[in-house]
Design a protein around this ligand. Structure first.
Ligand code: PEP
Ligand code: MG
Length: 588
């Protein structure tokens, strides 16, 4: 048995398919053996064939995914023709007398070293894209036929890979893949995002998985606990097969609830919204039973774009998301770059010691009107089209810390409106909200509420700032706990303040989709929750077992408890009494 990171819930039992094509270290070339001209031409020919592949894959991706998701292959094509990469490989052949393959490996080593120094996980993961592209060229060098749309497999299997590459994602058919296990990868890796999007149980981060598992081995993937069991004995296999069946039945049952309204045990309506990063996520939101999009993280457009996306490109993307979203209801967040999401073209002069507390989000936007103004214009222009569709578009700003920031951002919104008026471009005035994710803003919430139309609590950041514990650092994960007493007290204060001021309030951090936190938030009076789409069916089902009155009395008790573990234990006991088979709703 191996323990990894649980990235997509569920149980899968099946046969392993090790679809790994690792870059093996090339044999060291000896000088004189290499025909330089021949190697240069081989490299060129392989590069052109790879380019042809990518065009085919991109077309396919546009059909299967959305245009914006498929744009990752634009990035791949630009990597392929990137002059520094081409120069590096050619230099390797000419100067170091390497074979084309050897030069490719050498270039990859240089990139790997450079990327390993990046602080932020998103950029580090972009090495995956470079690896994907180089692997494609290498396959052509080996005269392997690279079939871009080759069906991965004939029978349903558990896919075991080093890392799931973007071009493999296009070939994935959810019916043929029961589970996914990867050596690399985190919650934000492609494997995690795709697996969750397709509802496939997945575990990442098992270092030696490819050394201990061969194609054909029997595997169990437990995506709730983050476990992989290799060649389980008959008893374990039978037990997990039963769990797998229950998981499928449970999922089928949950999907049946898709079109039912989300209600508490005593009939109060709760709003279950989706957090999305792309058009395909917005589509998935509807399929999962969300009633709208509560958080559209627009920075992913910037992160997958080679330059600053133009206003027109942004209008197109926002309109696509609004069209794809349930009831065309979308809360768009202005770009939240910085922290762990940095862009090379931002031209940062120095590395920040504390990027999460530094020049990020709205702070960065104030210094970059060239980002903020076109984005505000694009949102308001897209909102006009959304209104024509009978939709509802709202705009919110991340990392608001002071009242002055709200006043300033509203001034920029007015500037954008004046420009659009002068240019006679149609636009809609949209409700403006603040993300509540900085403790300072939580403490002074009463002073800010008059200036905003709504509040969205970003608990992921609020918890990390309140507990002074980096949300991405496993060493302090025991502190970064949404159910910690100080977090619950501050959430209670913020929700109360919003309700008293009659300002709509939503919570859009990860805790919205976790059953224990949901129960507490419901008891505090929250009625609007925005979460990863795949968690919506679970919360919708769970909601039925809990009345508002019971949740309120649970919260009364919880707010008196002094430690996180006391709170978790108490909640587990209470919910176990109320919810049949509470274990099924557990999501690690
Ligand atoms: C949050 O901080 O809770 C949030 C939803 O925003 P993000 O996770 O994108 O920082
Ligand atoms: Mg945040």
């Amino acid at each position: 048995m191996r323990k990894g990171v649980a990235v997509s819930p569920g149980i899968a039992v099946g046969t392993a398919y090790c679809a790994n094509k690792l870059f093996l270290p090339p044999a060291a070339p000896s000088a004189g053996e290499v025909d330089i001209q021949a190697e240069l031409s081989r490299y060129e020919a392989a590069r052109w064939r790879a380019e042809e592949d990518l065009l085919v894959i991109q077309k396919k991706a546009e059909q299967q995914l959305s245009r914006s998701d498929a744009s990752i292959f634009d990035v791949h094509r630009s990597i392929l023709s990137d002059s520094s990469l081409v120069d590096r490989v050619q230099e390797g052949i000419i100067q170091n007398k390497l074979t084309a393959q050897g030069a490719l490996h050498h270039a990859l080593e240089l990139y790997s070293e450079a990327f390993s120094k990046f602080h932020d996980s998103y950029l580090r993961e972009r090495l995956t894209d470079i690896r994907d592209v180089l692997q494609r060229v290498e396959q052509h060098l080996q005269n392997d036929s690279v079939e871009p749309d080759a069906p991965l497999l004939a029978n349903p299997v558990i896919l075991v890979v080093d890392e799931l590459l973007p071009s493999q994602v296009v070939g994935i058919d959810a019916l043929k893949i029961r589970g996914i296990v990867t050596r690399c990868g985190s919650q934000t890796s492609h494997a995690a995002i795709v697996a969750r999007g397709l509802g496939i149980p997945a575990v990442s981060g098992i270092e030696d998985i490819l050394e201990i598992v061969k194609t054909g081995d029997h595997l169990v993937v437990d995506g709730r606990e983050g476990l992989v069991i290799i060649d389980p004995d008959a008893e374990a296999q039978a037990a997990y097969l039963k769990l797998e069946r229950e998981f499928f039945d449970f999922k089928d049952h949950l999907v049946e609830n898709r079109d039912l309204p989300a209600k508490t045990g005593d009939g109060a309506v709760v709003e279950l919204l989706a957090n999305v990063n792309s058009v395909s996520d917005a589509r998935a939101a509807g399929a999962m039973g969300a009633t709208g999009v509560g958080l559209f993280r627009t920075e992913y457009l910037y992160l997958t774009h080679p330059t600053v996306p133009s206003e027109e490109e942004q209008v197109q993307l926002y309109v696509d998301v609004i069209k794809a979203a349930p009831a065309h209801r979308v809360t768009i967040r202005s770009i939240d770059l910085g922290g762990d999401k940095t862009l090379p073209f931002l031209g940062r002069m120095h590395r920040e010691a504390n990027p999460f507390m530094g020049w990020r989000s709205i702070r960065l936007c104030f210094e970059h009107p060239d980002f903020l103004l076109p984005q505000l214009r694009a949102v308001m222009r897209a909102a006009a089209i959304g209104q024509d569709l009978g939709g509802d578009v709202r705009l919110m700003f991340p990392m608001i810390t002071t009242l002055e920031e709200i006043i300033e951002v509203k001034r920029v919104v007015r500037d954008a409106q004046q420009q659009l008026d002068a240019e006679q471009k149609p636009y809609a005035r949209v409700p403006l909200g603040m993300m509540l994710e900085v403790p300072a803003a939580a403490i002074s919430i009463d002073l800010m509420l008059d200036e905003v139309d709504f509040v969205s609590i970003g608990s992921n950041d609020l918890v990390q700032y309140l507990m002074a514990a980096d949300r991405d650092n496993p060493k302090v994960a025991h502190l970064c706990q949404p159910l910690a007493p100080p977090v619950l007290h501050i959430l209670n204060k913020v929700i109360r303040a919003c309700l008293d001021a009659r300002k709509p309030v939503t919570l859009c951090g990860e805790m919205a989709g976790h059953t224990m936190s949901y129960a507490v938030l419901l008891g505090m009076g929250l009625r609007s929750f925005s979460m990863s789409p795949v968690l919506i069916p679970y919360i919708k089902e769970f909601a039925r077992y809990l009345s508002t009155e019971t949740a309120e009395s649970i919260v009364q008790h919880v707010l008196k408890l002094r430690t996180t573990s006391e709170i978790r234990r108490y909640l587990a006991e209470e919910l176990d009494k109320l919810v049949p088979d509470f274990e099924r709703f557990k999501i690690s």
